[in-house]
Design a binder for this molecule. Structure first.
Ligand code: GTP
Ligand code: MG
Length: 175
């Protein structure tokens, strides 16, 4: 059995925990607690990590880790990034500055992105329309990063599997 570690990161409420819960075949290890910050606009928030697993073929299993979104827990980001072979950056499109948010994650994970595979996922585009996907792609180009940028609803298992597929294609191309 070949195992790959995949890391889900990105903004608070973008759907990291949801994405892992959508596809995991084991009960997700979840460290969500009641959120005490009303500005986050949701009941629960991750304080340490999420962990789930999904097997894609009989020979391949993905170990899925999710980071906390809140910056005060960012000490966990580097810890969780160790050994990751692919990175999913989730950006909540309903937040005031989604482009600036993406830039924050591109900068923080620059080394990991350049040495592994990456997919940028814009979530909640059903709720707000601008900026467009093209604007996120242009930002990536400005940073000389050529990776897929997609809009997805991570509450849907098939869409998370599609995101993982976009990562695996890159990982296979590197082998
Ligand atoms: N409308 C809409 N809601 C979504 C979409 N994707 C996820 N959600 C909702 O957004 C919320 C995401 O919450 P979490 O999965 O806890 O987000 P998180 O990224 O783990 O957040 P932190 O752990 O606090 O950083 C959930 O209530 C989802 O149901 C989407 O595409 N559209
Ligand atoms: Mg979470």
């Amino acid at each position: 059995m070949i195992e790959h570690k995949i890391l889900f990161t990105g903004t608070v409420g973008a759907g990291k925990t949801t994405a892992i819960q959508s596809v995991s075949e084991i009960p997700v290890v979840c460290t969500d607690v009641l959120n005490s910050d009303p500005s986050l606009g949701k009941e629960m928030t991750t304080v340490a990590l999420d962990y789930g697993e999904v097997s894609l073929a009989r020979t391949e299993r993905l170990r899925l880790y999710g980071t906390p979104g809140q910056e005060r827990f960012s000490f966990m980001w580097k810890v969780l990034a160790q050994g990751a072979l692919g990175l999913v950056i989730l950006i909540d499109h309903t937040q005031p500055e989604p482009l600036a948010d993406l830039e924050t994650y591109l900068k923080y994970f620059r080394e990991l992105i350049q040495s592994t595979a990456c997919v940028v996922v814009i979530s909640k585009m059903d709720e707000s329309r601008l900026p467009a996907i093209k604007d996120f792609t242009e930002l990536m180009q400005k940073h000389h990063m050529v990776y897929p940028v997609v809009a997805a609803d991570v509450r849907k298992r098939e869409q998370v599997l599609w995101i993982l597929d976009l990562l695996l294609v890159q990982m296979e191309a590197r082998l």
